[in-house]
Ligand binder design. Sequence first.
Ligand code: A3D
Length: 315
Amino acid sequence: MKKKITLIGAGQIGGTLAHLISIKELGDVVLFDVAEGIAKGKALDIAQSTSVDGFNINLIGTSNYEDTKNSDVIIVTAGVSRKPGMTRDDLLGTNLKIIKQVAEGIKKTSPKAFVICITNPLDVIVMALQKYSGFTTNKVIGMAGILDTSRFKYFLSQELKVPAKDINSIVLGGHGDTMVPMPNHTMVKGKPLKKLINKEKLDLIIDRTRKGGAEIIKYLEKGSAFYAPAASGVEIAESYIKNLKKTLPCAAYLNGEYGVKNLYAGVPVVIGNNGVEKVIELPLDENEKNNFNLSIKAVKELFDTATKIDPDLKK
Ligand code: A3D
């Protein structure tokens, strides 16, 4: 049975997701957007590459939630993105309203779906999406850590002149300027990173990783990164659909793990056909713990702001 994958938001990331999912034949694709023409146009454009790329899936574009009915996977990118000079947190008010509409749409039509959120500010929006939809916490997850880790590995690969795939690493915490790249948990071709790079260069790479999104926004002037974010979202969807049980850094619901309760934040999780199957607790040294806690504090503060905007989130 082919899976049904709905992409809510057919903008830069939504369109790229549709293309990648089609090429990988992960399932039939429904591109949904309030701007119906964009959803229909992109779906038709990708569908017209079927014979060139040789994939066998159906694509449709729509602005009607009925067409998304009984989706197996939903990836949410609906919302506004940053403009040069903006932080992700500046998007909160607008994107909260949009996410509330999305949650109402998907809970009526696809109550059993696995939902991956990409809309920013990520950790707070994914938590709002879980609360508004009422879906179980193992079925709602946020994509950010895969992207942040991939950026960190890429910058390291350029500095160390090794392929990024030879680097094992992880970035934890919230998807913002307080994210926590983990040099102590980074191995390059089996060697500890810290033996291969001096502190000064490492600090520059950590800073560039934290500001990785802003660097791209500055170049693009309009819109934000979309190729790497879409590829990262697809990795989560694929692990769920094929039950690969990959361990991936994602924004997941924490219920005591890492000493954090009732909050979404970036940690390694196992993704299989039950959604989030396990949160992996890495040992953190004093410095890593302090940085992680600072990041958690920033996520908590932003969630408090969100509850002031919409008291429904306190429920
Ligand atoms: P963009 O190209 O603007 O697409 C967003 C789409 O959402 C537009 O086509 C809108 O019409 C649509 N939309 C707006 N309201 C609704 C609604 N109520 N229902 C359905 N669709 C709606 O943005 P994008 O694709 O570049 O980015 C999407 C989001 O992802 C933004 O919030 C970005 O900040 C965020 N983002 C997150 C990451 C992470 O790593 C977490 C990375 C990059 C971007």
